[in-house]
Design a protein around this ligand. Structure first.
Ligand code: HEC
Length: 158
């Protein structure tokens, strides 16, 4: 009986620590792990908008006519560029009839790509299939025009 109780206590405590450790763990620079994180571990729809870019907004090429940009707490609470490591930016790209077409993301990973702001870039289908991911030249070429703003275009740090 006592053995069972001890066993249960150990099981319970491990379970508690196990889940909290998982929730805090950031994914690596891997497109599947990142998608799992932003949809299951910390669903991005529960994140925030930057105060100067809230909700659905009109956009430019190549991303399409409408979009929403969600940011996690680390990005939101970064007062000036560069943003803190672990910052995540998730952009939903919509067509002109408000149909979700693609999800493009930026994720700040320490030491990942120091020459270009340490950003991991990816483009997903709405279902979460990674069309492309990594140190993407195309994304960097265009966003790099605002390297002074940490490659971020929709938000101005004050
Ligand atoms: C030709 C220029 C261009 C290219 C290439 C480009 N972007 Fe963007 N991106 C923009 C513009 C302009 C915005 C501002 C919002 C809008 O107009 O849609 C933006 C906004 C974003 C945002 C919201 C955060 C921010 O920086 O404002 C993310 C995330 C993003 N792009 C990801 C990507 C990814 C991932 C790629 C490559 C697969 C990419 N972008 C390629 C021009 C570009």
């Amino acid at each position: 009986m006592r053995k069972n109780l001890i066993g249960m206590a150990v099981f319970f405590v491990c379970g508690l620590f196990g889940t909290s450790a998982l929730a805090d763990e950031m994914p690596g620079s891997d497109p599947a792990a990142f998608w799992n994180y932003i949809t299951k571990v910390s669903p991005y729809k529960n994140w925030s908008f930057w105060a100067d870019h809230q909700g659905m907004q009109p956009g430019r090429a190549p991303h399409g006519p409408l979009h929403k940009v969600y940011v996690n707490d680390r990005a939101l609470n970064s007062p000036k560029p560069p943003v803190q490591y672990g910052s995540m930016v998730v952009k939903e790209n919509y067509g002109k009839n408000k149909e979700l077409k693609a999800i493009t993301v930026m994720y700040k990973v320490s030491g990942y790509n120091p020459g270009d702001g340490d950003w991991f870039w990816a483009k997903y289908s709405p279902e979460g299939k990674a069309d492309k991911a990594g140190k993407l030249e195309g994304c960097i070429g265009c966003h790099g025009t605002r390297a002074d703003n940490d490659f971020i275009l929709v938000h101005e740090f004050k």
